[in-house]
Design a binder for this molecule. Structure first.
Ligand SMILES: CC(C)(COP(=O)(O)OP(=O)(O)OC[C@H]1O[C@@H](n2cnc3c(N)ncnc32)[C@H](O)[C@@H]1OP(=O)(O)O)[C@@H](O)C(=O)NCCC(=O)NCCS
Length: 234
């Protein structure tokens, strides 16, 4: 089954890439600082175009299937970056997520909001049990993003990869379905506290809207005792 759809939250929308987004994607995917921790070279314009347009339809059934979303700002439709989910193990409902944003849009919480929107979708509509991220141990911005999402450090792999001449070490961060909502509620509680000093920005009022509604994945067997839930609609 394949389909395309959009996830919308306060400030951003996650949607399939179109021709309209390509110039902006080609710009940030070509930057050395963006590719620095990705264990590959910056992308050529051809590779950027091909990979954007190859993953537009939802096929999330077999190991390795990817959902790639362009992240656009709602107010002006500007492309901010992208988030991706890869189905690692359908039987155990294990999904890997990742993110790449234009440095020009950094530092305003857009990546956090987009990743949180994606997590909300994966835990509700895709029945994820565990969502994880792998990141270079030197990628401090990505590590802080995982922690803002309420993900736990699960592993610190030492020199498990090579990045050119450099031995690369990685962190694995993860969050379980049963941990996701409490983690978000706790953050909002901290941010709502009267001192206002715990977080320098207001809490996200998340309401993910999906257009069109996804089909709850019935083809993936649920672990016993689990029931699929419909995604919350505002
Ligand atoms: C990883 C990456 C997406 C993080 O981007 P980012 O701009 O730090 O993340 P956000 O957009 O969520 O912004 C968060 C920052 O904005 C601040 N911020 C401001 N307003 C905010 C708000 N409303 N909500 C949340 N954070 C807010 C946060 O305090 C945070 O700053 P800090 O990291 O200095 O503490 C980005 O660095 C990137 O694309 N890197 C290159 C690609 C890459 O390495 N990808 C990861 C591979 S594993």
């Amino acid at each position: 089954m394949s389909e395309t759809f959009t996830l919308t939250s306060n400030r951003v929308s996650l949607q399939p890439f179109t021709e309209h987004h390509l110039d902006a994607r080609i710009h940030y995917q070509a930057l050395p600082e963006v590719a620095r921790y990705l264990y590959r070279s910056p992308l050529t314009p051809e590779a950027t175009r091909e990979s954007a347009l190859a993953n537009r339809e939802r096929r999330f059934e077999s190991p390795g299937d990817r959902l790639l979303f362009a992240v656009v700002r709602n107010v002006d439709n500007i492309l901010l970056g992208e988030v991706v989910a890869t189905l690692e193990n359908p039987h155990a409902c294990q999904i890997e997520i990742g993110w790449i944003f234009d440095p020009g849009s950094a530092g305003r919480g857009y990546a956090t909001e987009a990743a949180k929107t994606l997590l909300t979708y994966l835990f509700t509509a895709e029945n994820a049990h565990r969502v994880f991220a792998r990141l270079d141990a030197e990628n401090d911005a990505s590590r802080r993003l995982c922690e803002r999402l309420g993900m736990r450090e699960e592993a610190h792999l030492i020199e498990n990869d090579r990045d050119g001449d450099r031995w690369g070490s990685e962190y694995v961060y993860a969050i379980l379905a049963r941990e996701f909502e409490p983690a978000q509620a706790q953050k909002e509680c901290i941010a709502d506290s009267s001192s206002g000093s715990s977080m320098p920005y207001p809490p996200l009022k998340m309401s993910v809207q999906v257009h069109p509604l996804p089909r709850i994945l019935s083809h993936r067997p649920l672990p016993s005792g689990m029931r699929p839930t419909a995604i919350h609609q505002k």
